[in-house]
Design a protein around this ligand. Structure first.
Ligand code: GLA
Length: 390
């Protein structure tokens, strides 16, 4: 066989090999594309002012499903597996739009333009004072009377090989709720095949403003909303927290958690210290405080975990944010209806809201929440579910 012929045969073999590999790869990708994740769109209802609201149900191949509505970007249900591999709903919420519109304590919602409180509803930016609503006693809370939790978001589904995403967009106009600047906001929820939900936030403005976006899901990992959350074991990657006054405004002090009921640097039951005679627990009516997270120099790191022994469910949270508000459901009082029957009783849900510190615009020592023209606000949080024995 001459050298020319040998090279030719080798070339043909190689091309065939490449073709086979290429088509194999293609068919595998195609299979994943069509079968491993999905998003279903449904009409959810009409708001009081007659605007249509849609629900998007994202599912992964393991069995996790996350339902999100365009009103408030609210997660209305989210299933996670227990140790028997049964996927059950683990978030508080309602079963109709009317309830979300009329009396929701931010169940499952996106929060903005400023998550958490701003003292006396005012702040100064570049020498100018801005006045916001006082919708929480003397203070401003969670973006005001009509925060991002009560607006309708534009939605786009994005399906990739093994992730389902819902991209939500909202333009908050200059002056809305008293905030300066047209703020263009994008939030992307992404579900993957490892039972993880990522929440990516992005925003830009045409004038200096303040931004602090978060997600306000109430979890109950037992999957049974009759149970309170006091047996859940919480760990927070923080050595310090922010003490507050009786209106839940940080005093400015950054206090070490060591030897206080606020020490969750190792897994501890939420109920273990909650009844302590501690002034901070009294001010918060339980836990309703911001923890100053460790490793703030890292772009993204572990920030908290919660374990519920009976179901075996473990939730781990990762974030780029400097703080996390841990709220132990202290305002739930048995008056709000669950999705099935009965009412949400005291402390039947907890929130872990990754964010910048409360009242940052008025606290020069806290990390800045200012967003200037030309800058891009970007923040990321990831919720990972798994199970463990003990
Ligand atoms: C946040 C606040 C709480 C409470 C809830 C909603 O987590 O910190 O004080 O207002 O929202 O009820």
């Amino acid at each position: 066989m001459n050298i020319f012929k040998t090279t030719n045969i080798l070339m043909v073999l190689l091309t065939n090999l490449l073709l086979v590999n290429f088509s194999c790869k293609k068919s595998i990708e195609k299979k994943q594309f069509t079968s491993s994740v999905s998003i279903q769109k449904k009409f959810y209802g009409k708001t009081k002012d007659n605007k249509e609201v849609f629900q998007f149900i994202m599912k992964n191949k393991l069995g996790m499903s996350v339902s999100i509505i365009t009103y408030g970007g609210i997660i209305t249900s989210w299933t996670a597996k227990n140790k028997k591999n049964k996927y059950e709903d683990i978030v508080l919420g309602y079963n109709c739009l009317e309830e979300y519109e009329s009396r929701s304590p931010y169940f499952g919602a996106l929060i903005g333009r400023y998550g958490n409180r701003i003292a006396k509803g005012k702040f100064v930016l570049d020498g100018k004072e801005y006045i916001l609503d006082r919708n929480n006693g003397p203070n401003h809370l969670h973006g005001g009377l009509k925060g991002f939790d009560k607006v309708i978001w534009g939605a786009k589904e994005i399906i990739k090989d093994s992730t389902a995403s819902l991209e939500l967009r909202y333009l908050s106009k200059d002056g809305e709720e008293g905030y300066p600047g047209n703020l263009q906001v994008k939030v992307i929820y992404t579900l993957n095949n490892r039972d993880e939900l990522a929440v990516n936030y992005e925003a830009n403005t045409d004038k200096a403003t303040i931004v602090n976006l978060t997600q306000h899901t109430y979890f109950n990992l037992s999957g049974n909303f009759d149970n309170d959350i006091l047996d859940h074991e919480l760990k927070i990657n923080a050595d310090s927290f922010l003490p507050v006054d009786t209106d839940l405004i940080p005093t400015g002090e950054i206090r070490k958690v060591k030897n206080t009921p606020f020490d969750f640097s190792f897994p501890k039951k939420i109920g273990f210290d909650i009844k302590n005679e501690d002034l901070q627990l009294k001010n918060g009516k339980g836990y309703d405080h911001c923890w100053v997270l460790n490793e703030q120099e890292k772009d993204f790191r572990f920030v908290a975990s919660v374990f519920e022994e009976k179901s075996g469910r473990l939730l781990e949270i990762f974030s780029s944010e400097p703080g996390i508000q841990f709220y132990s459901g202290n305002f739930l009082d048995g008056t709000l209806p669950t999705k099935t029957k009965g009412n949400y009783k005291f402390r039947t849900g907890f929130c872990l809201e990754t964010q910048h510190y409360p009242d940052s615009p008025n606290q020069p020592n806290f990390p800045s929440v200012k967003l200037d023209l030309g800058e891009i606000y970007s923040s990321k949080t990831l919720f990972r579910f798994s199970t463990k024995k003990n």
